[in-house]
Design a protein around this ligand. Structure first.
Ligand code: URA
Length: 232
């Protein structure tokens, strides 16, 4: 393991754990988006089962100090064959209380953005975060906290196989795409995560504070909607 990044080591440990417990295979044949979950015990676990396993592991996670002050972990929620995954930074107070992502004021605003482009968390969208436990006082996650938690999100993305990703805010975009630019620059770039197009925009909390950001967010949402992978 010498020379490996911390997140790569966690990733390997996770794969080994999944393999031992579920026989999870990352490389699985493409599923039709409309196909029913396969109930044959000899077949690989369904996305629902893998997501439930990840949520269980997150619930017991003590990899970083964020676990000490959490009330609930927030693994993410939504459609299990989503067109889009929305990725934020980390849970706030409302999310920590409820165990659900983006349920506070910013979350309700985000739901309105998604509805404007035909997306919602019940039918075609999954909503997750870089870190699954609330950073105290809503501070930015520390690099070691993001590194410890990122493998959970990576596994969620691997099993959900979205056509596109909407990253909201600088932190989510930087960490997911390994960039260091500010969000103003990131949103004008063609980004991708492991071959999946990533559209970056401002965080809904920032737009609630500064209404001048509404117009650029609308441009970004239209850019997302116009992606060829979403029009197919
Ligand atoms: N902000 C985030 O980035 N994520 C949430 O889940 C809630 C607020």
């Amino acid at each position: 393991m010498m020379g490996m990044k911390k997140s790569e080591v966690y990733d390997l440990l996770n794969l080994a754990e999944d393999y031992l417990q579920d026989g999870f295979r990352r490389e699985r044949p493409p599923l039709s988006r409309d196909s029913e979950a396969v109930n044959d015990p000899a077949s690989p676990p369904t996305p629902e089962q893998v997501l439930a396993r990840i949520a269980e592991q997150v619930a017991g996670c003590t990899r970083c100090s964020l676990h000490r002050e959490r009330s609930h972990t927030v693994p993410g929620e939504g459609a299990t064959a989503p067109l889009v995954i929305v990725i934020g930074e980390g849970p706030g107070a409302d999310e920590d209380r409820s165990g659900r992502p983006f349920v506070g004021r910013a979350g309700q605003y985000l739901d309105r953005w998604l509805a404007a482009v035909g997306l919602d968390r019940r039918s075609n969208c999954f909503i997750g975060n870089i870190v699954k436990c609330r950073p105290p006082g809503n501070r930015d996650p520390l690099p070691e906290e993001s590194a410890a938690c990122l493998p959970y999100l990576e596994r969620q993305i691997a099993v959900l196989r979205p056509r596109a990703i909407l990253a909201v805010g600088r932190i989510a975009t930087q960490i997911l795409c390994g960039r260091s630019e500010g969000i103003g620059q990131l949103r004008s770039m063609e980004l991708e995560y492991r071959g999946i197009p990533v559209v970056a925009t401002y965080h809904p909390s920032a737009v609630l504070r500064n209404t001048e950001l509404r117009a650029p967010v609308w441009e970004d949402l239209k850019r997302l909607q116009a992606l060829p992978v979403l029009r197919a």
